[in-house]
Design a protein around this ligand. Structure first.
Ligand SMILES: *[C@@H]1O[C@H](CO)[C@@H](O)[C@H](O)[C@H]1NC(C)=O
Ligand SMILES: *[C@@H]1O[C@H](CO)[C@@H](O)[C@H](O)[C@H]1NC(C)=O
Ligand SMILES: CC(=O)N[C@H]1CO[C@H](CO)[C@@H](O)[C@@H]1O
Length: 355
């Protein structure tokens, strides 16, 4: 698509003068914005025509439709007030130095998402949603979209049973043929997925299929559309992508177990975790605080984590690896269709090391 960001234009009336005709039709949008209002004398001087009438001083303010944080901490998109209303959003707080509103665009079951930064959430969020059946949204990405980023701001579905998502599932449809997007369930708050769609005609859907099991299920998934020039784009075929020099990574459904949830590796996973290349940094130090996956005798066949070409499995709370920087550094995660041992998965922290 383009390098040109989506923009809003707001026509700002600094002085509303008598005799102003047709200003509303000039404007794509108007706002009374906190520009300094001139004194009467200044205004008279600046805006008085020869007949002595006051003319308004109009100014068009342009700002980018970037991400913002709403008054109550939600994720929103910076829009003009009118654009926010036209798109069915809820304005909460301001952005762009007060010229825009932080517009929270939430969509729920049977909705469609076409605006970058919209959120798919369960009805009544954060209350428990206990309606049996399917709750899905259709994604309608702008043309040129080659990747869709899903951020799980909140994600609680019924837990797996021996690694299988037998009760609830969350499925992404429309990814490029051949990319294996894992079926998810359990707790995945804070996780993210990059979905390659550059070679797919869609349809693109996020589908939550909910069992009749009564459960505190609720979710909130932010949808970001990325085009091929986007600096946020992940390398192709990476399900997860980490761009900071340090951070923590866990397997899906690795949250602390509660009375109704369990920390359990999900079955049938094969995905790559990738790291950004940051100037000045070479090797990556990887330190597992938990690795509970596959054979304890270190024969890593169908359940393992591979750092480069080296596979790791077993049951440990301390394991450190240095990933060499020659070529891309990736972590491959693999699990088979059986977790009758209730293996937990993994949690690691990583640090990019200076060259
Ligand atoms: C899923 O549902 C089945 C049938 O209701 C039940 O036996 C099973 O324990 C449930 N699994 C979980 C993880 O709650
Ligand atoms: C969507 O928003 C993100 C920032 O949240 C931005 O990086 C990206 O370029 C936007 N995508 C499009 C297609 O405008
Ligand atoms: C070239 C290089 O940096 N090699 C290192 C790769 O990582 C191992 C540890 O996993 C080191 O022992 C090598 O020196």
């Amino acid at each position: 698509m383009s390098l040109i960001p989506m923009l809003s234009r707001v026509l700002v009336a600094a002085v509303v003068a008598v005799g102003l005709v047709g200003a509303a039709s000039l404007a794509e949008d108007t706002a009374v914005a906190p520009v300094p209002v001139p004194t009467d004398a200044e205004a008279a001087e600046a805006g008085t025509d020869r007949e002595g009438k006051l003319w308004p001083m109009m100014q068009i303010v342009t700002f980018e439709n970037g991400p913002c944080e709403s008054a109550n901490g939600d994720h929103g998109v910076c829009f003009s007030q009118k654009e926010c209303e036209a798109n069915g959003g809820t304005a909460s707080g301001t952005c762009a130095n007060g010229y825009g509103v932080c517009c929270v665009l939430t969509v729920t079951c049977d909705g469609t998402i076409s605006i970058n930064g919209s959120v798919f959430q369960s009805p009544g969020f954060p209350a428990a949603y206990n309606t049996f059946g399917m709750c899905m949204v259709t994604l309608n990405p702008p043309s040129g979209t080659c990747q869709i980023l899903l951020d799980f701001i909140n994600f609680e579905l019924a837990p797996p049973l021996e690694g299988d998502c037998t009760n609830d599932t969350f499925v992404v449809m429309g990814a490029n043929q051949g990319s294996m997007i894992p079926t998810l369930c359990g707790t995945n708050t804070g996780q993210h997925l990059y979905i390659d769609v550059d070679n797919s005609q869609g349809p693109f859907k996020l589908v939550a299929t909910l069992s009749s099991l009564s459960f505190q299920r609720h979710w909130k998934v932010k949808v970001t559309f990325l085009d091929e020039f986007d600096p946020c784009l992940a390398p192709n075929r990476c399900l997860q992508y980490f761009k900071e020099t340090m951070g923590t990574i866990t397997s899906f459904n690795f949250a602390p177990p509660t009375a109704t949830t369990s920390r359990e590796m999900l079955n049938m996973q094969t995905y790559s975790i990738c790291f950004a290349y940051i100037k000045g940094f070479c090797d990556i130090g990887i330190s597992f605080s938990r690795l509970d996956l596959g054979n304890v005798n270190q024969v890593c066949d169908t359940d393992y984590v591979a750092v480069g070409a080296e596979k790791f499995c077993g049951d440990t709370t301390s394991l450190s690896v240095t990933a060499n920087a020659t070529g891309p550094i990736t972590i491959l995660v693999v699990s088979d269709d059986d977790n009758s041992n209730l293996e937990e998965g993994f949690s690691l922290s990583y640090t990019m090391m200076s060259c």
